[in-house]
Structure formats: structure tokens, C-alpha cells
Design a protein around this ligand. Structure first.
Ligand SMILES: Cc1cc2nc3c(=O)[nH]c(=O)nc-3n(C[C@H](O)[C@H](O)[C@H](O)COP(=O)(O)OP(=O)(O)OC[C@H]3O[C@@H](n4cnc5c(N)ncnc54)[C@H](O)[C@@H]3O)c2cc1C
Length: 391
């Protein structure tokens, strides 16, 4: 493996190739068997895409949010599950890259990530907290310079295939439910007992059943910054922006098939514009709106990061509302656009064995509004709007 980190354009070329050559060949099998997309992840490792956001000073590619979103949306056009694995990996890795606070352990972790291309997963959901990731029941128990942690997770995407898992918990047994820390667990620090199945409509390749996690590790693996700050400044922006890019990718994949279908019909009837071309034009408006939405917020995030005003700007109510609106808008738009593409293509889109099939994209897109429930998000936005005045 080369010691020079690839640039964005090199990574983008590599991810395009992986999408066309690897993801396209395996996506249906991944979906049918609800299995981990190990061929795609191996190819991403080989391309050094797993360290894409590690800052250059630690040997990574130092990609911006806009660039990461571009990689994720490229992959999502063909395999939503593989793209979700990549997006979630970036969601976890950004916590280390942005909140190591000079810790020797976490800084070394970043250097090692570049060499080892570890895959990172997370367990933030918990049995009994009802989808509210900003509260925990489980607590870290410190014994000298080590800690132990046991957690019952409702949903743990690809945890059985990851090298690293980051986990939320209360700071200690006396802490309140939202006084949380984030801990990093390496292979060997934990055992996982699968407690539920993962036979879902879509996103089947994320392999996200429930788990009981039992762990113990050195105390230096507890993040030096409270989880509340990590969530507001990194985990929420990264997940909502990269997921939105991903949902855009799924929608773009379906739109692309519809456009190809309409062009095929037009070629068979030279000199005429097929009636479905008008529906395609309308769908293109929605797709373009979706793309500009996630890209403009990604650019705004990158501008804040470049200014170094993250702690201040990303903790504002206005920013939190923007995150909620982006997530809600894109998660609703993706299935709507796939639905529109299906109406254009008709029966060939409804069939599972046609090159214009929309089934997997449709089922994958339906997970978007559930991944942190849109109702839960709307309730939070409603409370914020009572006190927020836009400039
Ligand atoms: C593909 C996929 C992968 C995932 N991977 C992971 C992972 O790797 N790690 C992880 O920790 N979690 C993961 N999750 C879990 C996810 O992040 C959410 O925490 C989980 O889906 C929420 O579960 P819920 O719908 O039961 O919870 P809830 O948010 O409690 O929703 C339950 C019901 O209550 C309603 N509701 C909730 N709040 C309100 C409100 N205020 N007003 C009105 N109605 C409300 C909702 O609409 C819904 O009908 C994943 C989920 C999916 C779909």
C-alpha cells in the first residue's frame, strides 16, 4: 500500500470504478442474502478510501464534507447498503479526527487508520431509550486505568464485520441519562451476542441486528470530549449530510434508469418526444433540488470547518434546525423520486429481473425517514422554532 494518501480526484475515480465493477456485480446478491458487502469494502480498503477524512497531518487524504458526500453518493447510485456502510464509517471516524483533543491514543489511532484501513461501526441506539440517541441507560464503570461497559443495542449496523465500534454510554453509574461519553472499542475489547434478526425491506446489506455488547478496555479509549459536543459538532452533521448525499445517490440512480428508458423509447420513435419525457423533466427538478440542498449545506459545513468556528457555529439553534430540515427533506424526497422513476418506466421497473428494476432502490430509500425518525426530528424542530428567529 502506498504511503502517499490519494487525492480527492484519485479517490473519486477509484470509487467510480468500484461502483461500476464491484458494487454492480454484487449488489443484488448482497440484497437477496441480506449479507455484508465484503467485496466492496475490500475494494474501498485497497483504494485507501476508509481513511479519506483523516487529516493530512496524520497521513490521510483530508477530504472535505462535500468530497466525502460525493464519494458516498457515487456508490449509492448502485448499492445503497455499501454506501451506507461507507457513510456510517465516516460518521464514526470523524469523531476521532475532530475530537481527539490532543490525546496520544486517539492521534496514534488516526495514523494507524491510514495504514490499517479499519472499518468502524457504532452502537448509539439502546433497548429502552426509544430511538433517542442523546440518552443512555448503560454506564461506563471505571476500575483503575480500565473501564467496562455492557450495552443492549437495538440496531448495530455491520458490527459483526467491523474492526472498531464506538459506543455511547452514561459517564458513570451516577450520571444523568444525557450525561454521555463515547468510547472506542477495538477488536478483542468486546464480545457481541446477536439478540435479534435483520430480515428487513431494504438496506439489507448493512446487516444491522440487535446485539448485547460486553466490553472492557483501557480508560484512554474514552473520548476526552463529552458526547453532547461530539454529537452536535460532528456525529449529527456528518450523519445528516452524508446520509442526505447517499439518499440523493439512490434517487439519482433511479432517475438515471428512467432517463435511459425514456431515451430508448425516443430512439424507437424518431422525431417525437415521448409523453414520459415530461414526467422525467419534472422529476429532474426534484432531483436537482435535492442535490443542491445537500451540497450547499456540505459547503457551509466546510466553510465553518475552514474558519475553525465549529464549536460556536455548529452549536447554534439555526444550524440544528438546518440539519433537521436537510435530513427530513432528503429522506422524504428519495422514495418520492424513486416512485416517480418507477411510474416513468412502468412494468420494467416493477420487475425484479429487469435492467430498469426499481425494487431495491425503493426499499432502501424507505429506511431514510426511519433512521432517526422524522417525527422525532420534527418534534425537536418544533420546540426549537418556539425560541428561534431567523436573521
Ligand atoms: C438501516 C438502518 C441502520 C441503522 N444502524 C444503526 C447503527 O448502526 N447503530 C445504531 O445505534 N442505530 C442504528 N439504527 C437505528 C436508528 O438510528 C434509529 O435509532 C432507530 O431506527 C429508531 O428506532 P424506532 O423507529 O423504533 O424509534 P423511535 O424514534 O422511538 O420511533 C418509534 C415510533 O415513534 C414515533 N415517534 C418518535 N418520536 C416521536 C415524536 N416526538 N412525535 C411523534 N411520533 C414520534 C416514530 O414516528 C415511530 O413511529 C439503524 C436504523 C436503520 C433503519
Amino acid at each position: 500500500m502506498s504511503h502517499t494518501a490519494p487525492s480527492f480526484s484519485e479517490l473519486h475515480d477509484a470509487v467510480r470504478r468500484i461502483t461500476q465493477d464491484v458494487a454492480a456485480a454484487h449488489a443484488d446478491d448482497v440484497d437477496a442474502k441480506a449479507r455484508f458487502p465484503h467485496e466492496v469494502v475490500a475494494a474501498l480498503r485497497e483504494a485507501q478510501a476508509l481513511s479519506a477524512l483523516v487529516p493530512r497531518e496524520y497521513g490521510g487524504s483530508g477530504l472535505t464534507m462535500r468530497e466525502l458526500g460525493t464519494l458516498v453518493s457515487t456508490l449509492a447510485q448502485v448499492c445503497g447498503s455499501s454506501a451506507m456502510v461507507l457513510a456510517m464509517h465516516y460518521n464514526q471516524l470523524c469523531c476521532v479526527a475532530r475530537h481527539h483533543a490532543g490525546s496520544p491514543f486517539f492521534q496514534q489511532f488516526l495514523r494507524d487508520m491510514v495504514q490499517r484501513q479499519w472499518l468502524m461501526a457504532s452502537i448509539t441506539s439502546e433497548v429502552g431509550t426509544w430511538g433517542n440517541t442523546r440518552t443512555s441507560i448503560c454506564a461506563v464503570e471505571r476500575q483503575g486505568d480500565r473501564f467496562s461497559l455492557t450495552k443492549e443495542a437495538t440496531t448495530g449496523s455491520y458490527c459483526a464485520h467491523a474492526d472498531i465500534i464506538v459506543v455511547t454510554a452514561r459517564r458513570d453509574a451516577e450520571a444523568g441519562e444525557s450525561d454521555q461519553v463515547l468510547v472506542l472499542l477495538r477488536e478483542g475489547d468486546y464480545t457481541l451476542e446477536q439478540t435479534t434478526s435483520w430480515d428487513t425491506m431494504g438496506m439489507r446489506g448493512t446487516v444491522s441486528p440487535g446485539f448485547k455488547l460486553v466490553s472492557g478496555a483501557p480508560a484512554e479509549q474514552i473520548f476526552p470530549v463529552p458526547y453532547g459536543d461530539i454529537a452536535a459538532q460532528s456525529m449529527v452533521p456528518f450523519s445528516h449530510i452524508l446520509w442526505s448525499a447517499l439518499w440523493y445517490g439512490i434517487a439519482a440512480g433511479a432517475h438515471g434508469k428512467a432517463a435511459q428508458y425514456v431515451r430508448g423509447v425516443a430512439r424507437k420513435n424518431p422525431g417525437t418526444t415521448p409523453p414520459t419525457a415530461v414526467a422525467l423533466a419534472e422529476l429532474t427538478v426534484e432531483l436537482q433540488t435535492m442535490r443542491h440542498h445537500w451540497q450547499s449545506i456540505a459547503d457551509e459545513f466546510d466553510a465553518i470547518a475552514a474558519r475553525g468556528t465549529d464549536a460556536e457555529d455548529l452549536s447554534k439553534i439555526g444550524w440544528a434546525l438546518k440539519m433537521n430540515s436537510l435530513k427530513t427533506a432528503c429522506s422524504n424526497a428519495a422514495p418520492r423520486i424513486v416512485h416517480g422513476a418507477l411510474q416513468i418506466v412502468g412494468i420494467l421497473g416493477y420487475k425484479n429481473d429487469s435492467p430498469f428494476s426499481m425494487g431495491r432502490a425503493y426499499r432502501d430509500a424507505l429506511s431514510a425517514s426511519l433512521m432517526i425518525s422524522n417525527d422525532r426530528i420534527a418534534a425537536k424542530s418544533a420546540a426549537m422554532l418556539l425560541v428561534f428567529k431567523d436573521e
